[in-house]
Ligand binder design. Structure first.
Ligand code: ZN
Length: 65
């Protein structure tokens, strides 16, 4: 098994971990209902994609529960 030749110092680990960050979500408005959704995905609000209804939304998520 390969073993690291040198200890990784705390400074080096910290330098690497300082680059580990989240990227903000890229949201685009749905052309049908203008709600913010992820691009290249069927809209979860109206079920439209590329100008056509591809899935049927059973009920409104907000309100009940
Ligand atoms: Zn929509």
């Amino acid at each position: 098994m390969a073993v690291p030749k040198h200890k990784i110092s705390k400074a080096r680990s910290g330098q690497r971990k300082s680059q580990w960050k989240l990227t903000p979500l890229n949201l685009a408005a749905c052309p049908q209902c203008h709600v913010l959704k992820l691009p290249h995905r069927v809209c979860p609000e109206c079920g439209y994609y590329n100008g056509k209804q591809v899935i049927t939304i059973k009920e409104k998520k907000s309100g009940s529960r």
